[in-house]
Design a protein around this ligand. Structure first.
Ligand SMILES: [Zn+2]
Length: 81
């Protein structure tokens, strides 16, 4: 299962309780082309936005992807099971 899907399956907005969200994977990039590529490797984030109130949470993609085998435990911790 993709991380985006895992997140969406568990999401519940902490502000309004809405279970629906959209996930974007974005990079915070530097100015130059090479720096941008380097930053893409390092600085990728999942932006999870509540579709009801717009509340957005941001997670470091490198950390979530590095925990793939323990990801569901981690998401239980973040969103509750
Ligand atoms: Zn919300």
């Amino acid at each position: 299962m993709k991380i985006e899907d895992e997140i969406l399956a568990r999401f519940r907005c902490p502000k309004c309780g809405n279970p629906n969200a959209k996930v974007k994977k974005l990079a915070m990039t530097g100015a130059g082309l090479f720096e941008r590529w380097m930053d893409w490797q390092r600085n990728r984030y999942y932006f999870i936005s509540c579709t009801n109130c717009g509340y957005t949470e941001v997670y470091d993609a490198e950390i979530l992807e590095g925990k793939k085998d323990k990801l569901s435990d981690l998401l239980d911790l973040i969103f509750g099971s």
